[in-house]
Design a protein. Structure first.
Length: 262
C-alpha cells in the first residue's frame, strides 16, 4: 500500500502536476490523521471496555459483601431484640408490673440482659476498590459518597458506640454477681452453644437454672442494681438504633449497586 502511494507521488512530480500533487499530499495527510484518530478511538474503546469490566467486578464484589453483611446484621438485630425483651421483662418485674411471674424466664432475663455483641461491616471489597485506584472510575457520585461515608463512619461510630455499651455491660456484670450463686453464671453460659434466640438452647438452660437461686427480694430493694439495669437498657437501645441505621444505609447502597449493574 505504501509503495502504491509512493508511485502515485513520483508520477505526479515527474509530470509537473504541482496542483494535483498538493491535493494528493493533503489527502494523504488527512488519511494518516484519520488512521491515527481511528487507532486512538479503538485504543480508548479497549481501555473503556477494560475499565468497565474491572468496575463491574468491583460492583459485584461489593454487592456480595453487602448481602453477606446484611444477613449477619439481621441475625444480630434479632438477637438484640430478644435480649432487649428480656431486659424489659426484668425491669417490669422490678416495677411489680408482672402479675404471673415466670421464674425460669426471670432467671434467664437476669443472666442474659448483659449479652454483648458488636457488628462491623466487611471492608475487603471496598479496600480493593480504593487500593486499585479504580474508585475514580465510579461515575455515580451518590454511590461513591455513600460507600465512603459508611466505611468512614465505622471507625468513629463503632468506637463511640462500643464505649457506651461496653461500660454499661461491664457495670451490670460486675454488680449482678452479688445476687447469684458463684457458679450460676459460669454454668449458664457454658451451656450456650448457639444463638441466644434459639428456643432449643433454652430447653437446656432452663434445666440448668432450676439448680440455682437468685435473691429476688434483695434485687428489688437494691436501687444501684436498678440504675445499672436502666443504663444497660439505654445502651442497648442506642446500639439497636445504630444498627438499624446501618441496615438502611447498606440497603440504599445495595439498591444503587443494582442500578449500575443493570
Amino acid at each position: 500500500m505504501i509503495k502504491f502511494f509512493r508511485r502515485i507521488r513520483y508520477d505526479l512530480m515527474e509530470k509537473n502536476k504541482t496542483g494535483k500533487y498538493l491535493k494528493y499530499a493533503i489527502g494523504e495527510i488527512l488519511l494518516v490523521m484519520i488512521g491515527i484518530l481511528l487507532a486512538l478511538q479503538v485504543n480508548n474503546w479497549n481501555e473503556d471496555r477494560k475499565n468497565n469490566l474491572r468496575l463491574t467486578s468491583h460492583y459485584q464484589e461489593l454487592k456480595d459483601e453487602l448481602n453477606y453483611d446484611l444477613e449477619r446484621l439481621q441475625d444480630l438485630i434479632n438477637q438484640l431484640n430478644a435480649i432487649d425483651s428480656m431486659g424489659i421483662y426484668l425491669r417490669s418485674f422490678l416495677d411489680d408490673k408482672i402479675i404471673e411471674v415466670d421464674s425460669i424466664k426471670l432467671k434467664r432475663s437476669f443472666l442474659s440482659a448483659g449479652f454483648y455483641a458488636t457488628f462491623s461491616i466487611s471492608s475487603v471489597a471496598y479496600n480493593n476498590l480504593v487500593s486499585s485506584g479504580d474508585i475514580h472510575l465510579i461515575e455515580n457520585k451518590k454511590l461513591k459518597r455513600k460507600l465512603g461515608s459508611i466505611h468512614a463512619k465505622q471507625g468513629w461510630g463503632q468506637s463511640a458506640l462500643n464505649g457506651i455499651v461496653n461500660q454499661s455491660i461491664e457495670d451490670y456484670h460486675n454488680y449482678r454477681h452479688i445476687f447469684t450463686e458463684p457458679m450460676m453464671t459460669r454454668t449458664f453460659f457454658n451451656n450456650q452453644i448457639a444463638s441466644v434466640n434459639d428456643s432449643k438452647i433454652f430447653e437446656t438452660l432452663d434445666k440448668t437454672l432450676n439448680d440455682f437461686s437468685i435473691s429476688w427480694d434483695k434485687v428489688k430493694r437494691d436501687q444501684e442494681y436498678s440504675i445499672k439495669l436502666d443504663r444497660l437498657l439505654e445502651g442497648r437501645l442506642t446500639q439497636k438504633m445504630h444498627y438499624y441505621q446501618y441496615k438502611e444505609e447498606m440497603l440504599e447502597i445495595l439498591n444503587l449497586l443494582n442500578e449500575v449493574l443493570n
